[in-house]
Design a protein around this ligand. Structure first.
Ligand code: PEP
Ligand code: MG
Length: 321
């Protein structure tokens, strides 16, 4: 089996009936790049930028960030590299950023909420990203977007910095601007977001937790963390359909994108890009080759009409495995 996966390293990510998708990688630092290349990824669907901010004793400079982003996009040449802006807060603290103690850190001051109140830090990151965009195919993604107003504000700051750099004679690339869909409110209003963003990437790790109001690390409620619950599947389908309605890219970068039960359903829903840990890529590419997209569309329809998480697992097992 592993030998078969190896052979797929240079293959396209196609279903049995020849429908093409992207299988991309999630990375946490530029050091993860080798595994991405070794496993034949079609690009990077989530470059978590937190590493730049953690393990240091002060904010990273624009040049430090630029070098990190440039090294990654340059290595992947024309393949897309989606960089997520700072997702600090929740469980990720910083020694040099005094955050108040919160009753609910996961519903508190984190990610884009920090970036929009600390625009100095946000602008530095955006300038580094825009400069790096000249060296490859760089996309920017904002985490934890809950409202259109947040997206518009973030995009406005991006446009200002982009213009400033252009005025200074800096070369900049074409950049796609998108959001992570991990707050249920953004999934519910996906049709409105789809008109304004270039792409969406569904962050199922947080989306499932917020939708089911259950923390998977809390043993007593972890039974509620149900990726295949039709409530979750309907939200995902709604996001994908909204993107396609507006001709935008629908991606997923949560754990579900590389989950062998979820993948057949997501293929059936027409998800464009599946971003996962590098070690899941070849296995998923092999699974794609066994899936007929028309049959998977029927499966997806049955799945969203099912009643429980377990019913969906059975459905996939009967249809695919
Ligand atoms: C997610 O929430 O699904 C996600 C990819 O973000 P993170 O795991 O970094 O919170
Ligand atoms: Mg998240």
């Amino acid at each position: 089996q592993r030998i078969e996966w190896r052979r797929l390293k240079f293959a396209q990510s196609l279903t049995k009936d020849g429908v093409s998708h992207l299988i991309t990688a999630n990375i946490g630092t530029p050091d993860d790049l080798q595994a991405v290349i070794d496993n034949g990824a079609d690009g990077i669907g989530l470059f978590r930028s937190e590493f730049l901010y953690m393990n240091t004793d002060d904010w990273p400079t624009e040049d430090q960030q630029f070098e990190a982003y440039r090294s990654v996009v340059a290595k992947l040449s024309d393949q897309p590299v989606v960089v997520r802006t700072m997702d600090i807060g929740g469980d990720k603290g910083l020694p040099y950023l005094q955050l108040p103690n919160e009753m609910n850190p996961f519903m508190g001051y984190r990610a884009i909420r920090i970036s929009l109140t600390r625009k100095d830090i946000f602008r530095t990151q955006l300038r580094a990203l825009i400069r790096a965009s000249a060296f490859g195919n760089l996309w920017i993604m904002f985490p934890m977007i809950a409202t259109l107003a947040e997206f518009r504000q973030a995009k406005q700051v991006y446009l200002e910095e982009r213009q400033r750099l252009i005025d200074q004679g800096t070369s900049v690339g074409q950049i796609k601007i998108g959001i992570m869909v991990e707050v249920p409110a953004a999934a519910v209003l996906a049709d409105q977001f789809a008109k304004e963003v270039d792409f969406m990437s569904i962050g199922t790790n947080d989306l499932i937790g917020y939708t089911m109001a259950a923390d998977r690390t809390n043993e007593r409620v972890s039974y509620l963390y149900q990726p295949y619950n039709p409530a979750i599947l309907r939200l995902i389908k709604q996001v994908i359909d909204a993107c396609h309605q507006e001709g935008k890219v629908a991606a997923m970068c949560g754990e579900m994108a590389g989950d062998q039960i979820a993948v057949p359903i997501l293929v059936g829903m027409g998800l464009d890009e599946f971003s996962m840990s590098a070690t899941s890529i070849l296995k998923t590419r092999a699974l794609f080759r066994r899936l007929d997209s028309t049959k998977m569309a029927e499966l997806a329809q049955k799945a969203v009409e099912a009643e429980t998480n377990d019913d969906v697992i059975r459905l996939v097992d009967e249809t695919v495995f």
